[in-house]
Design a protein around this ligand. Structure first.
Ligand code: ATP
Length: 243
């Protein structure tokens, strides 16, 4: 009813706000830190059909080296169809529809439920982050001089477990049910994963012509750093995990 009136009878907004203030300011008294909208798809209705566990984000840009691979930019939202060793078969959720293999180290799972973590801005403190569909809300967890933890003043808990147990049961206070903890946070590294010494980056090689093909991949004539002639074997995606 409230949502209907707010949406349809916009000229009554100020009256309605006085009568029933919006719920977010109410949360501020709980140490509400804000929320992030995580847009996962250009078609909002289709989100619910994608299992949360298959939603990933690209951590780095990756350029496809064969038709079976998928080029992604850092930040691209992906649906991972399956994992194959060091690669995942992924479909891009935004922009041009495309599917292919991406190195598993280049992506991170977005399916996070509830987490408690130290916020970047205030070292030594914790916050409760709750993801509800595409919205993530953060609540500051304060520590009293005696060491107890609380989100609402006057509701202290001796430790994090008891605090979480209370808000799991009384989730309406924070307006989001605490259904499951998130998997350990995947921090976005600032640099790509380390390479072995013998492994050279893709940009150092140029493909010139296809020489032949074996069961596991294609062999190309190419140049290393535009000078040294080399033979390059590009392993077919489905066999990469076994290499
Ligand atoms: N260094 C090279 N120079 C020129 N041509 C090459 C070179 N290496 C491979 N080729 C060509 O590529 C084809 C495939 O080579 P590849 O090494 O993939 O063969 P394979 O051992 O049968 O493959 P697989 O192990 O995948 O079954 C060869 O038959 C040959 O024509």
């Amino acid at each position: 009813m409230e949502q209907f009136v707010r949406k349809r009878l916009t000229f009554l907004t100020s009256f309605w706000n006085k009568l029933r203030p919006r719920s977010v300011p109410e949360s501020c008294s709980l140490g509400y830190l804000g929320s992030d909208s995580v847009s996962l798809h250009s078609e909002p209705n289709s989100i619910s059909f994608i299992p949360k566990s298959s939603l990933f984000i690209a951590l780095y840009a990756f350029t496809a080296r064969s038709e079976e691979e998928l080029s992604v930019s850092a930040g691209d939202k992906l649906r991972v169809l399956r994992e194959e060793g060091e690669y995942v078969l992924a479909r891009r959720l935004l922009g041009e529809p495309a599917m292919g293999y991406v190195p598993a180290a280049y992506v991170a799972n977005l399916s996070q439920g509830t987490s408690t973590h130290r916020p970047e801005s205030s070292k030594g403190e914790y916050s409760l982050s709750v993801r509800n569909h595409t919205k993530v809300s953060h609540f500051r967890i304060c520590k009293s001089p005696g060491g107890s933890l609380y989100i609402q003043k006057g509701h202290p808990f001796p430790d994090m477990e008891e605090l979480l147990a209370f808000y799991t049961k009384h989730w309406k206070v924070i307006q989001s049910p605490l259904l499951q903890p998130c998997s350990p946070a995947v921090r976005t590294p600032t640099t790509p994963p380390e390479r072995d010494g013998w492994e050279r980056p893709r940009w150092e090689f140029t493909l010139r012509r296809k020489l032949g093909e074996g069961y596991f991949g294609e062999v190309w004539e190419g140049l290393w750093r535009n000078t040294v002639p080399v033979a390059i074997k590009i392993i077919k995606g489905r066999y990469r995990s076994r290499c």
